[in-house]
Write a protein that binds this ligand. Sequence first.
Ligand code: GLN
Ligand code: ZN
Length: 760
Amino acid sequence: MLTNIPGYPRIGSQRELKKACENYWSGKMSLEKLELTARQLRKQNWDTLQAAGIDLIPSNDFSFYDQVLDMCLMLGVIPARFLPLQQTLANPACLELYFAMARGYQKNGFDITALEMTKWFDTNYHYLVPEFEAAQTYRLLSRKCVEEFKEALRHGITTKPVLIGPLTFILSGKIKDDTHQAALLEKLLPVYIQLLTELHAAGAEWVQLDEPFLVTDLEPAVKALYQVAYAAIHAALPGLKILLTTYFGGLEDNTALALQLPVQAWHIDLVRAPAQLADVLSRIPAHGRLSLGIVDGRNIWKNDYTESIALVTQACNSIGADNIMLATSCSLLHCPYDLDAETDMDPQIKQWMAFARQKLAEVNDLKSIMNGRHGLLEHNQAVMSGRKTAASIHIPAVKERMQHIAPADMQRQHSFAVRQPLQHAALNLPVFPTTTIGSFPQTAAIRQLRADLKKGVITREAYDADIRAAITHTIRLQEKLDLDVLVHGEFERNDIVEYFGEQLQGFVFTQQGWVQSYGTRCVKPPVIYGDVIRPHTMTVDWSSFAQSLTSKPVKGMLTGPITILQWSFVRNDQPRMQTAFQLALAIRDEVKDLEDAGITVIQVDEPALREGLPLRNARKAEYLEQAVQAFRLAVSTVADSTQIHTHMCYASFNDIIEHIAAMDADVITIETSRSQLEILAAFAQFRYPNEAGPGVYDIHSPRVPAVAEMEALLHQAARLLPARNIWVNPDCGLKTRQWAETEMALRNMVEAAKQARSQW
Ligand code: GLN
Ligand code: ZN
């Protein structure tokens, strides 16, 4: 029985790679030094995995920025706009080109935009989207995976190179013109085969080809291409062992397809889809090997050995222990490095967790248990049963309340048609009312203030006084600009999830739990370990203070249950949606307290609603229905005259518009500035019944939009939606902007609204 790890985090336990890359970009570090840092990090990982007793140790899981971009460079998939730059470079596959594709290039007379970035399946990792153009010809441009294999070999370690498989590579990209997938595959396959041939010649025994698209719904034509691709690879390299790797779900209707491909081993995700094991075992060819992904690569909880051993035993009984590999469910890229670095964490909670390094030990433990070391199993069972009954996790009052959630709790008192006139009477707003999304510029001084409070450098009183000053300044500015619905500015918030997590019971924070989000950007998600309770109000004091300064309505500002869920590590001992509903109850109490404090407009942000969408189409509707219910539970406690806003910021709504309507928010503000018409058309076509604020300017750039430009967008919007339903606002929060540009842009925005009003 072998142990297998599909991939390991690469940013460095101290985020060394992040710091090195950023220093290199700003000219503070030489290329040699950057490459040295990378070599050291790779060596550390290989040593760690070897010391942990892992047999199939990955290589080429290292990346300076992104593993999909690495594939582009290896296969020569370079968009035409980079070719003039490439021609000026001594080495056509150098890091200069690589980083240019990752980050754009504005230097030496060039102005080239970066590749687009998008989410890797349902993770919070973002990859760079390959661009396929008909005129491209492909050739082996970089030999990164071969070089890294040889590098490990020089350290005495024969690794298993990891590549993205040809179909997943094609399906994760964008085909720009009239090329089709089959033609693309035909052009890419020879380069893949050359790469694999070089790996084989260098001494690689196993190569891992990642094909996570096999856990999604596939067109028949794509299924056929899987057969073409793997038959060609097998024909060219019959002696190379391919480990076809799937993760993030079950193979389901693709099981037969996957197991017919001519490879030597398959990796399946038994954390997300344990039930697929029986089907896979019944179809696996004789002598085929199976890698069991039993240790969760997507979460930070200790493995339940009893459950894992049951699966491993089932597999061993069916195809024999010699054909089994034990593995994490997917690459550990999505996990923080090392739980041992968490020196401040409550030991009771800490004993339930495992980060990447601990997961290596778990994989090895499971092998030891199969070989008869039962003591490890008993120890694990003791920890697991402690977690099942721990009073810190299981709070009877929360469970009791969850049982009594009634349909009426998820329903406003009356329909929007009844609520709208009541709200208009209460708020007395003009047509085309103006507002912002919540945050105002977060200057270095504000960030320093929060950091000082955390470190205990300043007193709570001093902190409060400074935040109040910032709020006062922001309210005065909004009054001066003549905005209609004001905000307090969110200066007390580092992050829209962390702020709430820090105040809710059931959350714990890590010191070093960094996970790569994209490139050098890392996030430190909160951990939801237990039942969620709101011990005290979280925003009422700030919102009431802001409201006390003005006679205009000030929006209360909260984060919705799904976004909090989506951006955290979530407990795995109950269904995720149950945790979402507990979060919804906590937000609901805050909504009620805001209303009681005299706040008449309350916004509950759900920017991550879409991120939770399941990979399989058949399961999307159920997820969306529950997510909508969670939102409605959070907000439906208010009177008809209280106006509920929500905000979402991603570009595509067409496929979920009915669910967005079902949220029944009185007002939704959305990011549309880059594709205004497309999104509004979806709203119009659906006859979206409630009020909507399609962002009239893009906050992602410092550019100040002109009055006429925004006014034109409003006229466009008013042709598609009833004018009385249209709000005027930027497309997201302003926290990344500077004050000067913010003030100018908002002044123009208010002017555009006034112009539009005068013509209505
Ligand atoms: N209210 C938040 C803000 O303005 C919304 C953040 C978001 O949409 N991501 O910053
Ligand atoms: Zn937003």
